[in-house]
Design a protein around this ligand. Sequence first.
Ligand code: PMP
Length: 337
Amino acid sequence: MTSPPARASALDLIGNTPIVLLEGASEAAGCEIWGKCEFANPGASVKDRAALWIVRDAEKRGELRPGGTVVEGTAGNTGIGIALVANALGYKCVIVMPDNQSQEKMATLRALGAELVTVPPTKFADPAHFVHTSRRIAEETENAIWANQFDNVANRRAHIESTAPEIWEQLEGRVDGFTCAVGTGGTLAGTGMGLREKDENVRIALTDPYGAALFNYYAHGELKAEGSSVAEGIGQGRITANLEGLEVDTQFRVSDEEGLQWVARLLREEGLCLGLSSGINVAGAVMLGRQLVAEGREDPRVATILCDTGFRYLSTLYNAEWLREKGLPVFDWLRSS
Ligand code: PMP
């Protein structure tokens, strides 16, 4: 086994995450299911990559100058990534978040020195929505940029240039399918496009939570949401610039209950403590694996994303009272609490 190389800067710790064979999921699918360990990034989520690429891109284009401020609206993880990158490069940051996201993410952002602005969780059409609020703050702040992760394709470029080639190399050039859920779409589109550059036959699947509109869009051409989900960071109602031009081969929809079952199994059987989007991704990967097996593909390999650490959700997913409040099943080992 080779150790990771010495790095000249903490920013070089972003990316080059390990990939792990998920035994339970592989058994359920009848083929290999691999999880890309994005919780191993310095900010403990997949969004460190997008944060770094967006900030570097703004520097290259001359928009972000020394002493500047990065402003972003986020479910939290992008904000954590931006706060770390901004600290490393000497920028300030203002992070706008809907106030229904986990307390842990808000406490983390404050601890990292970000200026945190919380807004009510409203619909995208509402001017108070976190995305519009962050754009306005950026416009009103001197020497500031709006990271605009949803429609800034530097986000998906992070995955075209880093996540996809890493997965390809780690799986020794044999990847049959890739799937994940969508927040901005940067991870699905970027990793999907990057893998297709290596092999045009890689099957790219959307795994959508309920409450999002993309499953119906890719299945029937209609942006229509049904149901709801408590998953943070995923669930999109429109085609963002990051999703434009992505050809989705197939799509799955996964309930919170199914996602939570995988969160529980990954923790209890494999020792991986993850957030709900990771559980939903693994459920989707199992569906994709089964589909490839049913079609007679020989020993297909499917990759997905383990998006962030479960430590970010101790007050929610790992809290019996919160789960009961949301009408969700309580993990066996939390039942007495
Ligand atoms: N899972 C979590 C926990 C996230 O925070 C995000 C980012 N919003 C995603 C998944 C989805 O990633 P992307 O924005 O690249 O679609």
